[in-house]
Design a protein around this ligand. Structure first.
Ligand code: BTN
Length: 326
């Protein structure tokens, strides 16, 4: 753990109180001068840290920047997801970075964030617009014991974790549109891109890429995008702390991943079903050049959608683009 993570952790633990230089130096086994030097560096990064000769150090506010040390300090130890956090100011796509880490044998749980992406991608070959410091653009590496056809379970897990974190932090209750869109008032706020490497019978690794529109204002969206997309700031009418949201999402993801590994997918599926606006509707699903019409009935055991087709057959589908038939 870096010294900054430990200092920020101790300052946060002190809450509205202070912690003295002597206490910090004793707890972290470094000199008071070293603590002072790090406090200066943290101030340069935008942390407002009060230093009083009588009481010591007190954290007054943190910047709305994604800083690996800050995210690690907020998250605390002991979680799988977010055990290793890396932040890029700019990259092509965080999924590309995680894919490379996966091939290099990095442990599962690493989370890669970027302040902006130059080639952010969405599902079905779409572009994902990722403007600087306006959202959360990040990817996770997982190595679950799943068969490839069960990988959709992780997308389902991610959707409810994202939904719950957003609901807890903003008080808004987003809906889920199958397979993985998080909508507020019918407009897309977040999406998930799952990419995987697998043998015939076993997933080797999975890259879960998540994009959350957080602090864009209405004028940040092109007129075209504004018809279908929104941000948490637009919907809640105030700016949202991105580090707080990032940490809330990682915590929820970790607990849902634990539930999944403990064989409790049915609980996850129930929660997903209760917020999914696609279920119970007649839909048109476009997938792999075909168009299937039917009624979205339920979520299957493996995470696929069960569609009652026009011919009365129940067909499991794992991907595609859904339009509700009005
Ligand atoms: C979708 O709804 O189409 C999925 C969007 C996923 C976007 C995220 S942003 C972080 C990660 N990197 C990417 O290039 N895409 C995902």
């Amino acid at each position: 753990m870096s010294l900054d993570v430990e200092i920020l952790g101790a300052l946060r633990k002190a809450g509205a109180g202070s912690i003295s230089g002597a206490e910090l130096s004793q707890a972290l086994k470094v000199s008071r001068a070293a603590i002072w030097a790090r406090i200066q560096e943290l101030r340069d990064l935008g942390f407002d840290i009060e230093a009083s000769p009588h009481h010591g150090y007190r954290l007054l506010s943190s910047p709305d920047l994604l800083l690996a040390d800050d995210l690690l300090a907020r998250l605390g130890a002991g979680l799988t997801i977010g055990r290793d956090i890396r932040v890029f100011q700019e990259t092509t796509s965080t999924n590309d970075i995680v894919e490379k880490l996966a091939r290099d044998g990095v442990k599962e749980g690493v989370a890669v964030f970027a302040e902006s992406q130059t080639k952010g991608r969405g599902r079905l070959g779409r572009t994902w617009v990722s403007p600087n410091r306006k959202g959360l653009w990040f990817s996770l590496l997982l190595r679950p014991q799943l068969r490839p056809q069960e990988a959709t379970r992780l997308t389902v897990c991610s959707a409810i974790a994202l939904r719950r974190a957003i609901a807890n932090l903003t008080g808004i209750s987003p809906e889920i549109k199958w397979p993985n869109d998080i909508l507020i008032h019918g407009k897309k706020t977040a999406g998930i891109l799952t990419e995987l490497q697998a043998e015939l019978d076993q997933v080797r690794y999975l890259v879960l890429g998540m994009g959350v529109n957080v602090n864009q204002t209405a004028s940040d969206f092109t007129p075209e995008l504004a018809k279908v997309a929104t941000s948490l700031r637009v919907e809640s009418r105030h700016a949202i702390g991105r580090p707080e949201l990032a940490v809330a999402i990682l915590r929820e993801l970790n607990s849902d991943y634990e539930r999944l590994k403990a064989g409790r997918f049915s609980e996850i599926a129930d929660e997903w079903e209760s917020f999914c606006t696609t279920l119970g509707h007649q839909i048109v699903l476009r997938t792999g050049g075909r168009e299937i019409r039917g009624r979205a009935e339920a979520l299957n055991e493996d995470g696929s959608l069960l569609l009652r087709t026009e011919h009365g057959r129940l067909e499991p589908v794992i991907g595609g683009d859904v339009t509700l038939v009005k």
